[in-house]
Design a binder for this molecule. Structure first.
Ligand code: PMV
Length: 316
């Protein structure tokens, strides 16, 4: 029985979360150690147009027609069928599994959507360009949190480090390679934190004091510009310093937490060149910039200080 499989990586935001929602640039990188995987196979003995969805991670096993169109696993199917102009696909089964922790800033929602859309398009004899799949995943991201910047779907669809800015005329996207590969430890606080709630809180705080928050967002944007130069020149120590500064700005924006702050300090004390929360904040993940020599000490310190899991990844 032919099976069409597609995978999509997780991601972390290196610099610029939250400010990116307000038009400032940000930098994100794919994380290939965690992945969403979608497999599409023919569904035998079902009438044409039948789509059987299976997502064992969330105990979902249902026919597409039984679920609301705005369900985050259903919308990707409709988007692909509309895009390909297919109203009645051959009966099929779409099975989705993911090793990306949910609600932790690693892009699980976008990765699941992108893997599903690619596997489905392949099954239907098509392939989706990075830009196309990114745009469609952006529609799905809107279900997860109302005003996404678009950085998650972009970095995951392109599978490359990306410099991203949301502009009125559409997103500005530059993929890049690091001049010198560098290592990150990603550490999970174990505290789920839906992005929609931190993004909503920041919006309310910005509405209450727009000048102050726009100033903070502008400072984040400047720092992202500096970080980009250091990545292009392969300068690691200044990049670490910028992570520390970005974390301080995220504290000022109000999205850190005592757990994140403790872990960030523990990483720095164990030899990280810099550390910051990554993604929506309050819980989820933090990232620490490490060298091959300090990686293991930093991972140990993070676990000793309460991190549930660490991932060592190389940005290239
Ligand atoms: O999905 P997360 O938790 O990595 O958060 C995305 C980053 C934000 O800037 C907070 C929101 C957005 O849409 O860019």
């Amino acid at each position: 029985m032919p099976a069409f499989t597609a995978t999509a990586p997780g991601k972390v935001i290196l610099f610029g979360e939250h400010a990116v929602v307000y038009g400032q640039p940000a930098i994100a990188v794919p994380v290939f150690q965690v992945r969403a995987r979608a497999v599409v196979t023919p569904e035998l003995r079902a009438p044409p147009g039948s789509v059987h969805l299976q997502a064992p991670d969330i105990a979902l096993d249902a026919w597409l027609s039984e679920l609301p169109a705005q369900h985050p696993l259903v919308l990707p199917v409709h988007l692909v069928l509309n895009h390909l102009g297919i109203s009645q696909p051959p009966p099929l089964r779409l099975r989705i599994v993911s090793s990306i922790p949910v609600a932790s800033g690693l892009g699980s929602g976008a990765a699941v959507a992108i893997a599903s859309m690619r596997a489905l398009a392949n099954f239907l004899g098509n392939s989706l360009a990075d830009e196309q799949v990114s745009q469609m995943a952006f529609e799905v991201e809107k279900l997860h949190h109302g005003t996404p910047s678009g950085i998650d779907n972009t970095v995951i669809a392109f599978g490359r480090p990306v410099y991203f800015q949301r502009l009125a005329q559409g997103p500005h996207i530059e993929t890049f390679r690091a001049a010198a590969p560098f290592n990150l430890v990603i550490a999970d606080t174990g505290i789920p934190s839906p992005t929609s709630s931190t993004v909503g809180d920041v919006r309310r705080a910005w509405q209450a004091d727009p000048q102050h928050f726009e100033d903070l967002f502008r400072q984040v944007g400047e720092l992202v510009g500096e970080a980009r130069q250091h990545i292009a020149n392969g300068h690691l120590q200044p990049l670490g310093d910028l992570m520390d500064r970005n974390h301080a700005l995220l504290q000022a924006i109000g999205v850190s937490s005592p757990e994140l702050d403790d872990l960030v300090l523990a990483a720095r004390e164990a030899g990280a060149l810099g550390a910051k929360l990554s993604g929506g904040g309050r819980g989820g993940n933090l990232i620490a910039l490490v060298t091959p020599e300090t990686a293991s000490a930093v991972e140990k310190a993070l676990i000793a200080n309460g991190s549930h899991q660490t991932i060592l990844t190389t940005v290239k």
